[in-house]
Design a protein around this ligand. Structure first.
Ligand code: ACO
Length: 410
């Protein structure tokens, strides 16, 4: 097999995107989604593998900025639209693209690469660690009550067409980004994504609806959701399907959840992607009847290890030397001394000093946003403590105080 890997030319986008669709099963995207994907593709940051005229491999890297512990927004390559044609699978095409892409990301000076995986087994070998989780729940609102905090009744709710209030919602979203690691600052075109609403994805539910939370005329939160009717002999058993919700304070948050719980004719709220520490869990009378589940979400890869570790803040003083294995990005291999604390920033430089902790770059990616503790990775045998006390020190420092969370796929 002779194939050529090259940077995507804008004129090749249709063939390239068709290869993506085929690898994902061949069901064409809606016109709305296709137009969005075309708008957000950055050809100069996308790769295609060609076998003659046929595109057999694809990979893209959106230019994102990721919120990290401490609130900094760090340049990151959002790896997506990765595919290899079924006719060319398991011959190393993905591996070739992943290697080239990580070299490119390094050239671009971006310390991080990020992705959400179609299957968790794929990306660990390339140094990506599962750094965030997403919470799903099916809440039995016929039986579960909400206990709301003072001030909730002062919040006014207003229904609006999602497109009409997009800018107000984006303002709320932008204010929340630095407060939660794992969120992405919006880039041009990406504010369209939360409003994508192809009928083919609704499974019988309503078009997207939006409710704003307001106080003294200011928008302090929003929820976007679908209503999925279901009529049974005994009456309605409809579901409210929450798409996204952001609030600037506890009362606004509670007012929005109370609204979702109280919609007439519905007896369930279905939640697919929320932070694992989401506050609604502390408002409900019966968490067991909320059927909470979690799964992996954002995978993080340190591409520029020193710059990545310097970009975040640390919850407690830390001074440790890591012995890092990174077969895929050899420039990260070796010993690094990390010093930092919550206030003064951090330094992460190469060193010859004795190592305190040994691990691979994948574990550093998993721990980077504070959602996975180094101690739990050590318990699994994936981090080795070489100096007594170093593990507890580093594990505490790497915490974030808030669960990292990616609000939407890419
Ligand atoms: C960020 C994103 O875009 S996620 C979307 C990923 N794309 C998809 O899921 C679409 C459907 N699948 C595909 O397109 C392809 O099968 C891919 C991209 C997952 C894999 O491409 P390939 O070219 O077959 O991978 P490649 O041959 O380089 O495999 C490298 C290694 O990963 C392993 N591997 C590849 N895919 C998988 C998988 N789905 N599950 C487990 N292991 C896998 C291979 O076995 C191989 O292991 P080895 O080195 O020990 O032999």
């Amino acid at each position: 097999m002779t194939t050529e890997l090259r940077v995507l030319r804008a004129s090749e986008w249709d063939d390239w995107f068709e290869a993506v669709e085929l690898a994902f099963g061949g069901v064409p995207e809606s016109a709305e989604e296709r137009a969005f994907d075309r708008a957000v593709t950055e050809p100069a940051r996308s790769l295609g593998v060609w076998d003659g005229q046929q595109c057999v491999g694809t990979a893209s890297a959106f230019s994102f900025r990721l919120s990290v512990p401490g609130g900094a927004l760090v340049p990151a390559a959002g790896v997506s639209l990765v595919s290899v044609a079924a006719t060319h699978r398991r011959r190393g095409v993905l591996t070739e693209m992943m290697r080239r892409q990580l070299y490119d990301v390094r050239e671009w000076g971006e310390p991080l690469a990020l992705l959400t995986a179609s299957e968790p087994a794929i990306y660990g070998r390339f140094g990506y660690g599962a750094a965030t989780q997403q919470l799903a729940a099916e809440i039995d609102t016929a039986r579960v009550r909400l206990e709301v905090p003072p001030g909730t009744d002062d919040v006014r709710l207003r229904s609006a067409a999602p497109a009409d209030v997009r800018d107000a919602c984006e303002t709320v979203y932008a204010r929340n980004v630095p407060a939660r690691p794992g969120m992405l600052a919006r880039r041009p075109h990406w504010d369209r994504m939360p409003l994508l609403d192809p009928e083919s994805d609704r499974d019988g539910a309503s078009p997207l609806r939006c409710v704003l939370a307001e106080r003294a005329g200011d928008v302090v939160g929003y929820a976007r959701f679908h209503f999925k009717p279901e009529w049974k002999w005994a009456g309605s058993d409809a579901t409210v399907v929450l798409r996204d919700l952001e609030a600037l304070d506890p009362a606004a948050n509670a007012a929005l959840w109370r609204f979702l719980f109280d919609i007439d004719l519905a007896s369930k709220v279905w939640v697919r992607n929320r932070p694992v520490d989401d506050a609604w869990q502390h408002l409900v009378s019966d968490i067991r009847r909320c059927d909470v589940r979690v799964r992996d979400s954002l995978y993080v890869r340190l591409v520029g290890l020193g710059a990545a570790l310097e970009a975040r803040a640390y919850q407690a003083p830390v001074d440790v030397v890591f012995e890092v294995a990174d077969a895929f990005c050899p420039w990260n291999e070796g010993r690094w001394r990390l010093t930092g604390d919550a206030k003064g920033g951090a330094s992460c430089k190469r060193t010859d000093e004795a190592a305190d902790l040994a691990l691979s770059v994948r574990e550093l990616g998993a721990a980077y946003l504070g959602g996975v503790s180094l101690a739990s990775l050590a318990a699994a045998g994936r981090v080795r403590e070489l100096r007594p006390g170093a593990l507890a020190e580093a594990s505490q420092a790497f915490g974030a105080g808030v669960a990292p969370w990616l609000p939407h796929g890419f």
